[in-house]
Design a protein around this ligand. Structure first.
Ligand SMILES: [Zn+2]
Length: 325
């Protein structure tokens, strides 16, 4: 295990957030795993590393099939963590008109109001962190959020953990323990490298190191590795802070300097605006992850693609897969 590598992350303030604890409709958890088992592991890891007040942003459509998954939010809040709004259907604003998107936010709000009201701040996170393909749409949604007391909680650091989810599911189905271990180890290393690269890019783009907001998803593979990831970040000198502390940094509240329909976090947008390139984002290793534990018809793109097709039966829209690139 590597020791602190020259302090790139030393003193970096990071608020941890978790998205999609119920996963997405059409992408179930692997057999024997689910929101309860994953959130338990995460709460334990947060306690071990003193990670305060973690906001969970969950699209709520999966609760239509199984409302009992909402119970995990009681334990989550009892452990000192919080809940925000992440839309009901998890459809990108790129693919919907503003009214449909706002109604989807309201549907989720009705299901989660109990836990959102119990949280100190009202935060909203865009589905896929996509803030809309036109500045007009972004402004219309932002206006609605402001009028309803919500602040958009942006992501400044991510490490593509959701892209490990399907490979991990394949490894579990095949009982391929070597592949399972390799995927876990690779996710831990990727997390640290991505956070180093993205934090450095944010500093280069802004001329200072902002308070960061990190995203990890409520997947089985994230549950299996969260403790190691937090441990490594702690060794590197990361200081875990609340979302409220991170949101006190103007960089996180004044909105993005660029409008893009592509899958980009705030750091990527700051970097693009400033002409700063970020090495290995998205990480090249994702191609290797896709080759692990192969099962016909179960690539990441196939699984996500089928799920999104399924969503179009609930709400008519045309998905644009190129938006993920
Ligand atoms: Zn999400």
């Amino acid at each position: 295990m590597s020791k602190s590598s020259g302090g790139l992350l030393s003193g970096l303030e990071v608020a941890v957030t978790v998205d999609d604890q119920f996963q997405w409709t059409g992408i179930p958890f692997p057999e024997g795993h689910g929101p309860h088992t994953v959130s338990k592991k995460m709460m334990k890891a947060f306690e071990a590393y003193g990670v305060p007040g973690v906001y969970a942003f969950n699209s709520t459509a999966p609760t239509e099939e199984d409302p009992r998954v909402l119970d995990i939010l009681d334990d989550w809040c009892a452990a000192g963590h919080y809940v925000g709004n992440h839309t009901h259907q998890h459809i990108s604003l790129n693919w919907l008109d503003v009214d449909t998107y706002l109604r989807d936010i309201e549907t989720s709000e009705r299901l989660l109001s109990r836990w959102i009201e119990a949280s100190p701040s009202r935060y909203f996170r865009y589905a896929f962190a996509m803030e809309g393909d036109s500045a007009t749409k972004t402004r219309q949604v932002q206006t609605h959020l402001s009028q309803n007391g919500f602040l958009s909680s942006p992501v400044t650091l991510w490490f593509y953990d959701a892209q490990f989810m399907v490979a991990y599911d394949r490894a579990l189905r095949l009982t391929d323990r070597a592949a399972q271990r390799w995927i876990e180890d690779t996710l831990v290393d990727t997390a640290i490298e991505q956070i180093e690269n993205q934090a450095a890019a944010a500093t280069a783009a802004l001329g200072r190191s902002p308070a960061h907001i990190m995203l990890i998803h409520g997947t089985t593979v994230a549950g299996a590795t969260i403790e190691r990831i937090l441990g490594r970040l702690t060794e590197e000198g990361v200081v875990f802070v609340t979302s409220e502390r991170a949101m006190a940094d103007p960089a996180n509240v004044i909105g993005s300097p660029v409008t893009t329909r592509q899958f980009r976090n705030s750091t990527q947008k700051w970097a693009e605006h400033a002409g700063v390139s970020i090495p290995d984002v998205p990480p090249a290793v994702l191609a290797e992850v896709e080759k692990a534990a192969p099962i016909e018809g179960m690539s990441y793109d196939e699984v996500l693609g089928r799920a999104i097709q399924e969503w179009t039966r609930r709400v008519p829209f045309t998905p644009v897969p190129a938006d993920f690139h």
